[in-house]
Design a protein around this ligand. Structure first.
Ligand code: SF4
Length: 361
């Protein structure tokens, strides 16, 4: 069947029928950046932390992950033996996650560990390949998300004197600043740089940051924050910590997508708020908060998140028995799970409820 030529209503009907057919044997997880139609049809909506926790605790035999590849991989790592994880578009990757591969990280690790005897803890952002998570599991490291980066840094500094953080330099720098780490003690590791960092720079660094970024959050600039503050004195600005440090510093608040959802909803009626994150979430926040004036700081769309649509979701649900599941080697799964479990255990006392009541798109 050619799903691409079915109407929106036909596709929605197919998806709802598949959900009824599978009942409790199916769960659809949707990231906050998914388009509105997908959010409406998801059983749970959240940020990558909330969804990874949901994947870890779900009993459904089939998990369909509407997000980018690293998220579906994380769900597959955390899944139980009897569970299968599907990704409606296996080509939908994350440009930031693709900025660090195992070979580059291994090269950097060899150089860094050779330069100093001090204990270095590797910390990978959730937005990374399964191989890098596995590397962290093997090397006494951990995974973090934008929801728990501070807690994870605390954990890491209790066990080592340096953190090697990849692949998002901005989340790393913004979190390092909260630990009062001076810029001089943050070393930027450029995997494409002509010159490698010198041993003395590595020795004096407290935080080694990978040169990588999210193209979506790099769209928000300090001039945007200054502009809206001038146009709307008293307005609030909330951004994601994948934005550059000067943007985060100029904002009223920053945090994960779950944090942003809660921040906007807690504002007083009549408030004016500019949001610096992916446009699909901002559009939904506008509809969910009719008592406030919610604006985008800039229009910034994640094209790979947008690759998931009604056609590939309906096709996936109708062909679960024929499609390939997210496939990782057993060794990668075991080591990556070690790093992910360290993160999940750290948050056990304060797990957020990832169910969000998003009834409109
Ligand atoms: S918003 Fe940025 S970090 Fe998130 S999936 Fe898109 S490119 Fe990757």
């Amino acid at each position: 069947m050619d799903y691409e030529h079915l109407s929106e209503n036909e596709l929605i009907e197919k998806i709802i029928a598949a959900k009824q057919r599978y009942g409790e044997d199916l769960i659809i997880l949707g990231h906050h950046y998914q388009r509105g139609q997908i959010v409406k049809l998801s059983d749970f909506v959240g940020d990558s932390f909330g969804l990874s926790e949901k994947a870890a605790t779900s009993k459904a035999k089939n998990i369909v992950f509407c997000g980018v590849r690293f998220m579906a991989e994380s769900a597959a790592i955390l899944a139980k033996k009897n569970q299968k994880v599907y990704h409606p578009d296996p080509d939908a990757g994350c440009p930031m996650a693709d900025m660090a591969n195992m070979e580059q990280v291994q090269l950097a690790w060899n150089k860094i560990t050779k330069a100093t005897n001090q204990k270095i803890i590797p910390v990978t952002y959730m937005n990374s390949t399964a191989e890098l998570k596995a590397f962290c599991g093997l090397m006494d490291g951990i995974v973090c998300t934008s929801s728990n980066a501070e807690k994870v840094f605390q954990w890491a500094y209790e066990r080592g004197s340096k953190i090697f953080f990849f692949p998002d330099e901005h989340l790393g720098r913004n979190t390092g600043k909260k630990f009062k780490i001076h810029q001089d003690q943050m070393l930027l590791w450029d995997p494409h740089g002509e010159k490698m960092a010198e041993d003395k720079e590595i020795k004096s660094a407290k935080l080694i940051l990978w040169r990588g970024h999210c193209p979506v959050h790099m769209e928000f600039k300090l001039r945007d924050v200054k502009h809206v503050r001038k146009q709307f004195p008293g307005c609030k600005v909330v951004v994601h910590p994948e934005c550059e440090q000067e943007v985060v510093d100029a904002s009223d608040a920053n945090g994960s997508t779950d944090f942003i959802v809660k921040y906007v909803s807690a504002l007083e009626p009549g408030s004016i708020v500019f949001v610096g994150t992916e446009v699909n979430l901002v559009t939904r926040l506008q509809k969910l908060n009719p008592d406030k004036k919610v604006f985008k700081l800039q229009r910034s769309l994640c094209l790979t998140m947008y690759q998931i649509n009604l056609s590939n979701l309906a096709h996936t649900l109708d062909n679960l028995d024929k499609l390939e599941t997210v496939n990782l080697t057993q060794e990668t799964i075991e080591n990556a799970k070690t790093a992910l479990d360290r993160m999940l255990n750290l948050n056990k006392t304060s797990l957020p409820n990832s169910r969000t009541e998003l009834t409109s798109d």
